[in-house]
Ligand binder design. Structure first.
Ligand code: ZN
Ligand code: ZN
Length: 274
């Protein structure tokens, strides 16, 4: 029996003779069902029509993107540390080439995921590399394919390894998490953010939304809380969800962007720069 994968969001569902009637992730207001209706694929059909492309944004970081684009265009990052390799976020396609390449790099010590839009085929990655998947417990209800290797944490921070810390920021999802990697950017630090912070097309700003496809904002209060939470954290770069990264001065970018966002919400001056 195949595992069904939602073609709109990339979420996988347990083995069954038929795909599920609906995808609860797409039915929810932070996603959508396309006009043509819900579509499904299998792991074999996905692997036959797609491949993973790899980039290396810095010496100990690989970015993995499925091509042609699949689901919401998820990307994963593989971080190389002296204690082993970590996968941040996840993509639906785990083909033979990806398994061989990750094994050649030394396998995975663990997997951590920002929020449910990246859960994709996480049980397959966990099984292939015998690695736990660290998920925030507040998003547990969004797990569509339970697995013994899913490890739920319920706090505001969790250290995975020296210099590698998960921070729950909430916002887009209650358990919305970013990863702080102190060794990145020659020791200046980086945040890997999924779309808990969304890097702007200008790569000089970030923004904060509740629903990206349906254009629903976060409250000014939530954004102030997120900015305050990041205030003591040292980082120079942000690696965003969709190939957009803030290359330097990222900490100032976050505080400037949060202030701009709150001013936009509160000022009634249409069309005028703030
Ligand atoms: Zn879906
Ligand atoms: Zn999302």
């Amino acid at each position: 029996m195949p595992v069904s994968i939602c073609t709109t969001c990339g979420t996988s569902f347990p083995e069954a003779p038929e795909p599920p009637a609906r995808c609860p992730i797409c039915d929810e207001e932070r996603q959508y069902v396309p006009a043509a209706g819900q579509g499904w694929t299998t792991r074999a059909a996905l692997a036959a029509a797609h491949a993973n492309a790899w980039r290396r944004p810095e010496p100990d970081l690989f970015e993995i993107e499925t091509t042609p684009r699949f689901g919401i265009g998820q990307r994963a990052f593989l971080i190389v540390t002296p204690e082993g390799n970590w996968l941040w976020d996840c993509v639906a396609l785990l083909d033979a080439a990806t398994v061989a390449l990750v094994r050649a790099l030394g396998g995975l010590k663990g997997i951590a995921i920002s929020h449910p839009h990246y859960y994709t085929t996480m049980p397959d990655w966990a099984a292939a590399f015998d690695a736990p998947v660290h998920l925030h417990a507040r998003d547990r209800a969004f797990v569509m394919r339970p697995d013994d290797r899913l490890a739920f944490w319920d706090a505001d921070a969790r250290t995975l390894a020296p210099g590698l810390t998960l921070l729950r920021l909430g916002g887009h999802f209650p358990g919305g998490t970013v990863l702080h990697w102190q060794g990145a950017a020659q020791g200046h630090g980086a945040l890997l953010v999924g779309d808990i912070l969304q890097v702007g097309a200008d790569r000089k700003t970030v923004s904060f939304l509740w629903s990206y496809p349906n254009w629903l904002p976060l409250s000014g209060k939530s954004v102030a809380r997120i900015a305050a939470r990041l205030e003591p954290v040292p980082f120079a770069k942000i690696y965003g969800a969709f190939g957009l990264h803030v290359e330097d001065d990222a900490k100032a970018v976050v505080s400037r962007s949060a202030a701009r966002y709150r001013a936009r919400l509160e000022q009634d001056q249409p069309g005028r720069p703030l």
